[in-house]
Design a protein around this ligand. Structure first.
Ligand code: PSU
Ligand code: MN
Length: 312
Protein backbone atom coordinates (compact mmCIF):
# COMPACT_ATOMS: atom_id res chain seq x y z
CA UNK A 1 0.00 0.00 0.00
CA UNK A 2 1.42 3.37 -0.98
CA UNK A 3 -0.22 5.37 1.80
CA UNK A 4 1.64 6.19 5.01
CA UNK A 5 -0.93 5.38 7.60
CA UNK A 6 -1.05 6.77 11.13
CA UNK A 7 -0.68 4.29 14.02
CA UNK A 8 -3.39 1.64 14.25
CA UNK A 9 -4.90 2.98 17.47
CA UNK A 10 -5.89 6.01 15.37
CA UNK A 11 -6.73 4.47 11.99
CA UNK A 12 -7.82 0.89 11.29
CA UNK A 13 -8.05 -0.24 7.68
CA UNK A 14 -10.40 -3.22 7.34
CA UNK A 15 -8.68 -6.43 6.26
CA UNK A 16 -10.72 -6.72 3.02
CA UNK A 17 -9.79 -3.15 2.09
CA UNK A 18 -6.12 -3.64 2.89
CA UNK A 19 -6.03 -6.87 0.86
CA UNK A 20 -7.67 -5.16 -2.09
CA UNK A 21 -5.25 -2.23 -2.00
CA UNK A 22 -2.27 -4.57 -1.70
CA UNK A 23 -3.51 -6.71 -4.58
CA UNK A 24 -4.22 -3.75 -6.85
CA UNK A 25 -7.98 -4.32 -6.79
CA UNK A 26 -10.28 -1.28 -7.04
CA UNK A 27 -11.52 0.22 -3.76
CA UNK A 28 -14.35 2.74 -3.36
CA UNK A 29 -14.68 4.90 -0.25
CA UNK A 30 -18.23 5.47 1.02
CA UNK A 31 -19.29 8.19 3.42
CA UNK A 32 -21.30 7.49 6.56
CA UNK A 33 -23.07 10.85 6.98
CA UNK A 34 -25.61 9.88 4.34
CA UNK A 35 -26.32 6.77 6.43
CA UNK A 36 -26.48 8.45 9.84
CA UNK A 37 -27.96 11.83 8.92
CA UNK A 38 -29.23 11.61 5.34
CA UNK A 39 -31.42 8.51 5.19
CA UNK A 40 -34.19 7.59 7.64
CA UNK A 41 -33.88 4.77 10.14
CA UNK A 42 -34.50 1.81 9.80
CA UNK A 43 -34.29 1.89 5.96
CA UNK A 44 -30.69 3.13 6.23
CA UNK A 45 -29.39 -0.24 7.50
CA UNK A 46 -30.60 -2.14 4.45
CA UNK A 47 -29.61 0.65 2.06
CA UNK A 48 -26.07 0.68 3.50
CA UNK A 49 -25.70 -2.97 2.50
CA UNK A 50 -27.12 -2.29 -0.96
CA UNK A 51 -24.63 0.54 -1.50
CA UNK A 52 -21.73 -1.77 -0.64
CA UNK A 53 -23.15 -4.44 -2.96
CA UNK A 54 -23.42 -1.91 -5.79
CA UNK A 55 -19.69 -1.16 -5.44
CA UNK A 56 -18.98 -4.91 -5.63
CA UNK A 57 -21.21 -5.22 -8.70
CA UNK A 58 -19.02 -2.54 -10.29
CA UNK A 59 -15.94 -4.70 -9.67
CA UNK A 60 -14.44 -3.08 -6.57
CA UNK A 61 -14.30 -3.41 -2.80
CA UNK A 62 -16.32 -0.98 -0.64
CA UNK A 63 -14.76 0.94 2.25
CA UNK A 64 -17.36 2.73 4.35
CA UNK A 65 -15.61 5.24 6.61
CA UNK A 66 -16.58 6.36 10.13
CA UNK A 67 -15.05 7.21 13.50
CA UNK A 68 -15.98 4.80 16.30
CA UNK A 69 -14.92 5.44 19.90
CA UNK A 70 -12.08 7.64 18.73
CA UNK A 71 -10.74 5.27 16.08
CA UNK A 72 -11.03 6.02 12.36
CA UNK A 73 -12.30 2.97 10.48
CA UNK A 74 -11.68 2.65 6.75
CA UNK A 75 -14.04 -0.21 5.91
CA UNK A 76 -16.70 -1.29 8.38
CA UNK A 77 -18.07 -4.69 9.30
CA UNK A 78 -21.85 -5.25 9.35
CA UNK A 79 -22.16 -4.60 13.10
CA UNK A 80 -20.27 -1.33 12.77
CA UNK A 81 -22.45 -0.23 9.84
CA UNK A 82 -25.52 -1.03 11.92
CA UNK A 83 -24.17 1.08 14.76
CA UNK A 84 -23.60 4.07 12.47
CA UNK A 85 -27.16 3.69 11.15
CA UNK A 86 -28.77 3.24 14.57
CA UNK A 87 -26.90 5.23 17.23
CA UNK A 88 -28.80 8.52 17.75
CA UNK A 89 -25.69 10.03 19.38
CA UNK A 90 -23.52 9.66 16.29
CA UNK A 91 -22.04 13.07 15.36
CA UNK A 92 -21.55 14.57 11.91
CA UNK A 93 -17.81 14.98 11.42
CA UNK A 94 -16.24 17.19 8.82
CA UNK A 95 -12.45 17.21 8.47
CA UNK A 96 -11.96 19.70 11.30
CA UNK A 97 -13.92 17.44 13.66
CA UNK A 98 -12.11 14.14 12.99
CA UNK A 99 -9.02 14.87 15.09
CA UNK A 100 -11.14 16.20 17.93
CA UNK A 101 -13.39 13.11 17.92
CA UNK A 102 -10.28 10.89 17.84
CA UNK A 103 -8.73 12.71 20.80
CA UNK A 104 -11.92 12.59 22.88
CA UNK A 105 -12.81 8.99 22.02
CA UNK A 106 -16.05 10.00 20.31
CA UNK A 107 -18.00 8.44 17.43
CA UNK A 108 -19.20 10.11 14.29
CA UNK A 109 -20.15 9.79 10.65
CA UNK A 110 -17.93 11.30 7.98
CA UNK A 111 -19.02 13.82 5.32
CA UNK A 112 -17.75 14.14 1.76
CA UNK A 113 -14.93 16.32 3.08
CA UNK A 114 -13.72 13.99 5.83
CA UNK A 115 -14.35 10.81 3.83
CA UNK A 116 -12.23 12.18 0.97
CA UNK A 117 -9.42 13.16 3.32
CA UNK A 118 -9.42 9.78 5.09
CA UNK A 119 -9.74 7.85 1.83
CA UNK A 120 -6.67 9.63 0.50
CA UNK A 121 -4.80 8.83 3.70
CA UNK A 122 -5.53 5.14 3.12
CA UNK A 123 -4.53 5.22 -0.56
CA UNK A 124 -8.09 5.10 -1.97
CA UNK A 125 -8.66 7.16 -5.11
CA UNK A 126 -12.39 6.88 -5.82
CA UNK A 127 -15.32 7.80 -3.60
CA UNK A 128 -19.10 7.51 -4.10
CA UNK A 129 -21.80 9.61 -2.48
CA UNK A 130 -25.24 11.03 -3.19
CA UNK A 131 -24.88 14.79 -3.33
CA UNK A 132 -22.00 17.13 -2.74
CA UNK A 133 -22.12 19.91 -0.18
CA UNK A 134 -21.83 23.32 -1.82
CA UNK A 135 -22.46 27.02 -1.64
CA UNK A 136 -25.71 27.70 0.20
CA UNK A 137 -28.20 30.25 -1.03
CA UNK A 138 -27.51 33.54 0.70
CA UNK A 139 -23.88 32.52 1.33
CA UNK A 140 -22.71 36.07 0.61
CA UNK A 141 -24.34 36.97 3.94
CA UNK A 142 -24.16 33.73 5.93
CA UNK A 143 -20.76 32.55 4.61
CA UNK A 144 -22.26 29.02 4.53
CA UNK A 145 -20.08 27.21 2.03
CA UNK A 146 -19.57 23.49 2.66
CA UNK A 147 -16.07 22.41 3.63
CA UNK A 148 -16.57 19.70 0.99
CA UNK A 149 -15.49 22.13 -1.73
CA UNK A 150 -12.23 23.26 -0.16
CA UNK A 151 -11.25 19.73 0.79
CA UNK A 152 -11.94 18.33 -2.69
CA UNK A 153 -9.76 21.13 -4.03
CA UNK A 154 -6.76 19.81 -2.10
CA UNK A 155 -7.43 16.05 -2.07
CA UNK A 156 -6.74 13.90 -5.14
CA UNK A 157 -9.82 11.68 -4.93
CA UNK A 158 -12.51 11.31 -7.61
CA UNK A 159 -15.97 11.87 -6.14
CA UNK A 160 -18.95 10.34 -7.94
CA UNK A 161 -22.13 12.27 -7.07
CA UNK A 162 -25.48 13.30 -8.55
CA UNK A 163 -24.54 16.98 -8.45
CA UNK A 164 -25.92 19.16 -5.68
CA UNK A 165 -29.44 19.81 -4.46
CA UNK A 166 -31.24 22.87 -5.69
CA UNK A 167 -31.58 23.99 -2.06
CA UNK A 168 -28.04 25.17 -2.71
CA UNK A 169 -26.83 27.93 -4.98
CA UNK A 170 -25.95 25.62 -7.88
CA UNK A 171 -24.35 28.31 -10.06
CA UNK A 172 -22.33 29.56 -7.08
CA UNK A 173 -21.18 26.01 -6.32
CA UNK A 174 -20.01 25.47 -9.90
CA UNK A 175 -18.22 28.85 -9.93
CA UNK A 176 -16.48 27.94 -6.68
CA UNK A 177 -15.36 24.57 -8.05
CA UNK A 178 -13.91 26.43 -11.03
CA UNK A 179 -12.11 28.91 -8.76
CA UNK A 180 -10.73 26.01 -6.71
CA UNK A 181 -9.48 24.26 -9.88
CA UNK A 182 -11.67 21.18 -9.43
CA UNK A 183 -12.62 19.61 -12.77
CA UNK A 184 -16.27 18.60 -13.17
CA UNK A 185 -17.07 15.74 -15.56
CA UNK A 186 -20.61 14.95 -16.66
CA UNK A 187 -21.18 11.21 -17.03
CA UNK A 188 -22.88 10.86 -20.43
CA UNK A 189 -24.35 14.35 -19.97
CA UNK A 190 -23.60 18.00 -20.72
CA UNK A 191 -25.81 19.14 -17.84
CA UNK A 192 -24.81 19.32 -14.19
CA UNK A 193 -27.38 17.15 -12.38
CA UNK A 194 -29.52 18.61 -9.58
CA UNK A 195 -29.65 15.54 -7.33
CA UNK A 196 -33.42 14.82 -7.46
CA UNK A 197 -33.47 16.35 -10.96
CA UNK A 198 -31.44 15.04 -13.88
CA UNK A 199 -30.59 18.55 -15.07
CA UNK A 200 -29.94 21.50 -12.76
CA UNK A 201 -30.12 23.92 -15.67
CA UNK A 202 -26.35 24.48 -15.56
CA UNK A 203 -23.81 22.89 -17.86
CA UNK A 204 -20.63 20.98 -17.06
CA UNK A 205 -17.26 21.87 -18.61
CA UNK A 206 -16.41 18.27 -19.57
CA UNK A 207 -18.27 15.13 -20.54
CA UNK A 208 -17.11 11.50 -20.40
CA UNK A 209 -18.87 8.54 -21.98
CA UNK A 210 -17.57 5.67 -19.89
CA UNK A 211 -16.04 4.59 -16.59
CA UNK A 212 -12.92 3.91 -18.59
CA UNK A 213 -12.69 7.55 -19.71
CA UNK A 214 -13.21 8.78 -16.15
CA UNK A 215 -10.47 6.44 -14.92
CA UNK A 216 -8.18 7.72 -17.63
CA UNK A 217 -8.70 11.26 -16.33
CA UNK A 218 -7.68 10.17 -12.81
CA UNK A 219 -4.57 8.31 -13.93
CA UNK A 220 -3.46 10.94 -16.45
CA UNK A 221 -3.85 13.82 -14.00
CA UNK A 222 -1.77 11.82 -11.55
CA UNK A 223 0.96 11.21 -14.11
CA UNK A 224 0.97 14.83 -15.21
CA UNK A 225 1.27 16.00 -11.62
CA UNK A 226 -0.09 19.44 -12.47
CA UNK A 227 -2.14 19.73 -9.31
CA UNK A 228 -3.51 17.69 -6.44
CA UNK A 229 -7.18 18.62 -6.64
CA UNK A 230 -9.90 15.98 -6.70
CA UNK A 231 -12.29 15.40 -9.58
CA UNK A 232 -16.09 15.56 -9.52
CA UNK A 233 -17.83 12.96 -11.69
CA UNK A 234 -21.48 13.99 -11.94
CA UNK A 235 -23.87 11.11 -12.63
CA UNK A 236 -27.50 12.13 -13.23
CA UNK A 237 -30.60 10.10 -12.50
CA UNK A 238 -32.19 9.04 -15.81
CA UNK A 239 -34.83 11.62 -16.80
CA UNK A 240 -37.67 9.14 -16.25
CA UNK A 241 -36.47 8.43 -12.68
CA UNK A 242 -36.15 12.01 -11.45
CA UNK A 243 -38.56 13.58 -8.96
CA UNK A 244 -41.57 15.34 -10.46
CA UNK A 245 -40.50 18.94 -11.00
CA UNK A 246 -43.59 20.50 -9.41
CA UNK A 247 -43.22 18.39 -6.28
CA UNK A 248 -39.51 19.19 -6.25
CA UNK A 249 -40.01 22.95 -6.50
CA UNK A 250 -42.64 22.91 -3.76
CA UNK A 251 -40.39 20.90 -1.42
CA UNK A 252 -37.43 23.21 -1.99
CA UNK A 253 -39.51 26.34 -1.30
CA UNK A 254 -41.11 24.83 1.81
CA UNK A 255 -37.80 23.40 3.04
CA UNK A 256 -36.03 26.73 2.80
CA UNK A 257 -38.91 28.47 4.60
CA UNK A 258 -38.76 25.83 7.35
CA UNK A 259 -35.05 26.45 7.95
CA UNK A 260 -35.75 30.15 8.29
CA UNK A 261 -38.64 29.55 10.69
CA UNK A 262 -36.69 27.09 12.85
CA UNK A 263 -33.49 29.14 12.75
CA UNK A 264 -31.49 26.11 11.61
CA UNK A 265 -27.90 26.82 10.62
CA UNK A 266 -24.41 25.35 10.33
CA UNK A 267 -24.03 21.62 9.98
CA UNK A 268 -27.68 20.97 10.89
CA UNK A 269 -28.97 22.54 7.65
CA UNK A 270 -28.49 19.56 5.30
CA UNK A 271 -29.79 16.84 7.68
CA UNK A 272 -32.87 18.92 8.60
CA UNK A 273 -33.74 19.52 4.95
CA UNK A 274 -33.31 15.87 4.04
CA UNK A 275 -35.54 14.85 6.92
CA UNK A 276 -38.19 17.34 5.77
CA UNK A 277 -38.03 16.05 2.19
CA UNK A 278 -38.35 12.44 3.29
CA UNK A 279 -41.30 13.28 5.55
CA UNK A 280 -43.13 15.43 2.99
CA UNK A 281 -42.69 13.73 -0.37
CA UNK A 282 -44.68 10.55 0.21
CA UNK A 283 -41.57 8.42 -0.29
CA UNK A 284 -40.51 10.05 -3.56
CA UNK A 285 -37.39 11.80 -2.24
CA UNK A 286 -36.21 8.60 -0.55
CA UNK A 287 -36.88 6.55 -3.69
CA UNK A 288 -34.83 8.94 -5.84
CA UNK A 289 -32.12 9.32 -3.20
CA UNK A 290 -31.60 5.57 -2.95
CA UNK A 291 -31.59 5.08 -6.72
CA UNK A 292 -29.00 7.77 -7.31
CA UNK A 293 -26.71 6.60 -4.51
CA UNK A 294 -26.80 3.03 -5.81
CA UNK A 295 -26.09 4.20 -9.37
CA UNK A 296 -23.16 6.29 -8.11
CA UNK A 297 -21.75 3.39 -6.09
CA UNK A 298 -21.98 1.09 -9.11
CA UNK A 299 -20.28 3.62 -11.40
CA UNK A 300 -17.60 4.35 -8.79
CA UNK A 301 -16.96 0.60 -8.55
CA UNK A 302 -16.37 0.48 -12.29
CA UNK A 303 -14.13 3.57 -12.28
CA UNK A 304 -12.04 2.32 -9.32
CA UNK A 305 -11.58 -1.09 -10.96
CA UNK A 306 -10.36 0.61 -14.11
CA UNK A 307 -8.06 2.98 -12.19
CA UNK A 308 -6.55 -0.03 -10.41
CA UNK A 309 -6.07 -1.87 -13.72
CA UNK A 310 -4.36 1.11 -15.29
CA UNK A 311 -2.10 1.62 -12.28
CA UNK A 312 -0.95 -2.02 -12.09
N1 PSU B 1 -26.01 16.27 0.28
C1 PSU B 1 -26.97 15.33 0.23
N2 PSU B 1 -27.06 14.40 1.23
C2 PSU B 1 -26.19 14.39 2.28
C3 PSU B 1 -25.16 15.39 2.32
C4 PSU B 1 -25.11 16.29 1.30
O1 PSU B 1 -27.75 15.33 -0.69
O2 PSU B 1 -26.31 13.56 3.18
C5 PSU B 1 -24.16 15.37 3.43
C6 PSU B 1 -22.79 14.90 2.92
O3 PSU B 1 -22.18 14.15 3.93
C7 PSU B 1 -22.05 16.19 2.70
C8 PSU B 1 -22.58 17.01 3.85
O4 PSU B 1 -20.65 16.06 2.75
O5 PSU B 1 -23.96 16.69 3.90
C9 PSU B 1 -22.39 18.49 3.64
O6 PSU B 1 -22.78 19.14 4.79
P1 PSU B 1 -22.42 20.69 5.00
O7 PSU B 1 -23.27 21.41 4.01
O8 PSU B 1 -22.79 20.92 6.43
O9 PSU B 1 -20.95 20.82 4.74
MN1 MN C 1 -22.51 24.49 6.06
Amino acid sequence: MSAHLPPSELVVVHEDVRDALDAGVGVVALESTILAHGLPHPDNVEIAGQIEDAVRAGGSVPATIAVLDGTVHVGLGATQVERVCTDPEIAKLSVRDVGVAAALGRSGATTVASTSALAHLAGIRVFATGGLGGVHRGASETFDVSADLGVIASTPVLVVCAGVKSILDVAGTLETLETLSVPVLGYRTDAFPGFYLSDSGHSVPWRVESAEEAARVVVTRDRLGTDSAGVVLANPLPADRQVDRQLHDRLVAEGLALLEREGVHGKDVTPRLLEFFHDSSGGESLRANVELVLANARLAGEVAAEVARRSA
